[in-house]
Design a protein around this ligand. Sequence first.
Ligand SMILES: [Zn+2]
Length: 320
Amino acid sequence: MFSPQEIAKKAKERNLAVLSLTDHNSVSGIDEMIEAGEKQGIRIVKGIEFYTRFYGQDLHLLGYGINHKAKKLQELLEKARTHHLEWAMKVLKKLESLGYTIDFEDLKKIRSYYLGLGHLKDILMKEPQNQNKVFKEVQEMRKRKREILKKKVETIHEPSLRSVLRKYLEEFAKEIEEKRELTLFEVIEAFFGREGIAFIEGEHLDIPTQGAIKLVLEVGGIPVLAHPGQQLSWGKDYLIYALKKQGLQGLEVITPYHNWHSVEHYQKLANELELVITGGSDLHGDLMDPELKSQFIHNRWDYFRVPYEVWENLSKVISF
Ligand SMILES: [Zn+2]
């Protein structure tokens, strides 16, 4: 996780002219971000990203240029935060019931307004007596995944390919058995994901997408659908049409979640629906584990750019 100061510094190093901090369900970093941006000569656009649901479909909704001090917004965020903390308590209690040592005070020490799964992982891993158990659990998950792969390989008709894949899988199995490092994503998947042992339904407060769009408009912002390709298949474009009818004004076309074909696809859709195109790095801290520091790519900024024209177009519709 990066502080606003660190983000501004890194943005400056990469010659960014404009940036928006769009924390999940939180505006608590905006004032600090504006201050840090001013120091580095970077223009800051106030922003947020809501976890929302549209008739059972998870969607992330961005709001650019919002009045982050608006009471209505603050009230909703406080409600979402309380819900999320209660959910986190349930997860930690479940972990405790599974025999893990949990210091519940750790939850109060988290600086972020809206905690992430990485925080829960840190609370879990902080206790030395948990570490071996966590490792075993991740190993079990790796084994389960391998079993699924094995079954898939057995369905391959071509006998020579099937036998060579069988052999490779066995070799990989041995390597993985010996691998001691765990990635953040593995721990999240094994513990907090849908198949995880401490999974609890209802992580985020149910905010209907249309309600979030309305709120963003009410507090003077531009509602933009975040990384549609991550959550929707192209076959579900009708949802974006429906959101346009609800007041959606933009589509995040440029995002690390989109491959070239998705960029092409959503660019066309944005033009068709007259939605302003935006871009975002989806930065969630360093992507890499500390052991991999020698790699070139540490976070999404290292390979990813949003053209300045995107800002020029957005600035035409955004209010300040
Ligand atoms: Zn998102």
